[in-house]
Write a protein that binds this ligand. Structure first.
Ligand code: AMP
Length: 282
């Protein structure tokens, strides 16, 4: 496994790989790797000759009061985890390497961005699509891997790829969870011991919603209320949102029908956690 930090060197390597007809799978991350990231790597290794992972905490997707400065970082640990998982190259550029000067052209997400995390994190998805466009142009991947834990991101990136004709196949990967159901996340390290116990309730609340739907409930408001009550009763966190939309179009619904996403975000003392389930309802 090789660590690359400059665009120039990465571009040279990509040229070489392409001239040898290698297919390239790309796994964009912000590092502090866990098994969720590794499931994307596994999938990429199954489908491509070469797997490249980027590790870049992108300042542009963090709001002024968010955790850009304190976001957990440990490149040495990440390198050994990535090497063990079979990553071929890590691309870990500096902020100035990715944003050498003030940009004169901006990408702005206008569809699927003003709901869920996009609503409370203004400008977040503009930052995501900007950095991904840059990375796609450097890495020139055949396939790119994203986790459904960030299902809105999957929907937004799908739109980016379609709108700008990126010749890239997007592969969504199922959420990897801890034994108690908590979705693995780099931000879980922010949780206190008691919050860590409560955090599994995000997934439990989604499962109770799923059960209610299996039992015949079809009113969006009722299902959302169930989740709200579950979170309020079982955690000390504060509910940021519980929302139910069609997926991947993210259009509001009154009744549950077709492919839908039920998504929840809860703020704990130092961590804001998100989770979701996607269901296909006849
Ligand atoms: P991040 O480093 O948090 O930006 O995540 C990088 C990629 O890993 C994104 O596509 C995430 O959706 C994905 N990811 C993060 N956590 C998980 C998880 N628990 N299961 C599956 N994919 C995940």
């Amino acid at each position: 496994m090789k660590l690359i930090t400059t665009r120039t060197e990465m571009t040279q390597i990509i040229k070489q790989l392409k001239s040898n007809s290698n297919t390239i799978g790309f796994v964009p991350t912000m590092g502090y790797l866990h098994e969720g990231h590794m499931s994307l790597v596994d999938k990429s290794r199954q489908q491509n000759d070469i797997t490249i992972m980027s590790i870049f905490v992108n300042p542009m997707q963090f709001g002024p009061s968010e955790d850009f400065e304190t976001y957990p970082r440990d490149l040495e640990r990440d390198q050994s985890l990535a090497a063990n998982a079979g990553v071929d190259y890590i691309f870990a550029p500096s902020v100035t390497e990715m944003y050498p000067e003030e940009m004169g052209n901006h990408l702005s997400v206008v569809k699927r961005a003003n709901v869920l995390c996009g609503k409370s994190r203004e400008g977040h998805f503009d930052g995501v699509v900007t950095v991904l466009s840059k990375l796609f142009h450097i890495i020139l991947p055949d396939r790119v891997y994203f986790g459904l834990k960030d299902a809105q991101q999957v929907a937004v990136v799908d739109g980016l790829i379609q709108d700008y004709f990126f010749p890239i196949e997007l592969i969504p990967v199922a959420t990897v969870r801890e034994n108690d159901g908590l979705a693995k996340s780099s931000r879980n390290v922010y949780l206190t011991e008691s919050e860590r116990k409560e955090a599994s309730q995000l997934y439990q609340s989604l499962l109770s919603a799923k059960n209610a739907i299996s039992d015949g409930e079809r009113m969006v408001e009722k299902v959302a209320d169930l989740i709200k009550e579950h979170i309020e009763k079982n955690t000390n966190g504060s509910l940021d949102y519980v929302e139910i939309y069609s997926y991947p179009s993210l259009i509001p619904l009154e009744t549950i029908n077709g492919k839908i996403i039920i998504a929840v975000a809860v703020k704990f003392s130092k961590a804001r956690l998100i989770d979701n389930i996607i269901l296909d309802i006849e």
